[in-house]
Design a protein around this ligand. Sequence first.
Ligand SMILES: Nc1nc2c(ncn2[C@@H]2O[C@H](COP(=O)(O)OP(=O)(O)O)[C@@H](O)[C@H]2O)c(=O)[nH]1
Ligand SMILES: [Mg+2]
Length: 359
Amino acid sequence: MNAKRRGVFTTPAFFFILSVPNSYDEGSTMPANLTPEYKKADEQYRAATTDEERLLALEEMLRTIPKHKGTEHMQADLKRRISKLRETLEGRAKKSGSRTDLFHIPKTGAGQVALIGTPNSGKSSILAALTNAPVHVADYPFSTDKPVPGMALFEDIQIQLVDTPPITADYAAPGQVNVYRGADLIAVVIDLSGDVLEQMDICTRYLDSHRLILDEKTPAFTESGSPLGRKTFVIATKADIAPAGTLQTLKELTDRPLEFIEISTKTGKNLDLLRRRIFEMLDVVRIYAKKPGREPDFKDPFTLPRGSTVMDLAYKIHRDLAEQLKSARAWSAPGIHDGQNVPREHILSDKEIIELHFP
Ligand SMILES: Nc1nc2c(ncn2[C@@H]2O[C@H](COP(=O)(O)OP(=O)(O)O)[C@@H](O)[C@H]2O)c(=O)[nH]1
Ligand SMILES: [Mg+2]
């Protein structure tokens, strides 16, 4: 498949396609300084057979078009066509009902991690190794056609992992982006025994085209300033059959500050580390609630975003009673909080025991 894709861009036919009049410039010639990425997206647009594919291609064209005066007209034209096509697709989705719901996975547990990857990268195997989800592992592509959630145990909490349909250079299921938008973390799954750079390129391009990667390099925000992206990291899998040095090469050639976790679902390598790092990246704290005069509930901790206070916990436990909270006691590391009173603004730490007093 790789060879075939590359072939598209080296055959004379490709140059022929580029030299035909462009549909965006209404008669004038195509600006000469368009990037190869833009030209590729333009090519994908022409090759698209469905409106979903057309939309992805148009979004990619808008993302990659050089932003300067000479392309203003084309940019405006692209925006107009994108919003028109979105309206058409949304109208269709509403009519057919379930289509968009398929890609909404209700959150449960301490956090939700969506896996993204090309066909056969090893996504379903990760779900199978870490959760009890009924996923299908197969050595042929496209074995997963809708997202499948599963719960992974980390110490005393559950974390939700979501397997998703594979993406390719020119296709992702319509609506699939909603799974990644809805997640707390995005895990890019890379098969270390395959063409790692191509896989990385396909996944980051897709995520970037939807402004989904949130890292120091490319923070993604909406017009109103709220973050649109999700913290993203890489699970480099099939370490057991990877040629030596592959991960190092991938790290060196990936021009982004992403964390890489090397695993194998066959040998179990680093699966514990993966669970721990996911927990740490979710940035939540576990709190054992305690009723006065009773033992703490160690079985089912509450999880709250790091930085949450006693008052946030009170709201989580008793929404209606929270405002009447009289006092609270905390037990954390021995010698730090050994049952003394803490104020409402007390910032919770992981594994803290909190006793709330209501009138
Ligand atoms: N050797 C090895 N094979 C793996 C590993 N993970 C997955 N595979 C194999 O890779 C193929 C594709 O895996 P699957 O999880 O179905 O990939 P998906 O298409 O991304 O869901 C299957 O044949 C798996 O047995 C691994 O860590 N090591
Ligand atoms: Mg699969």
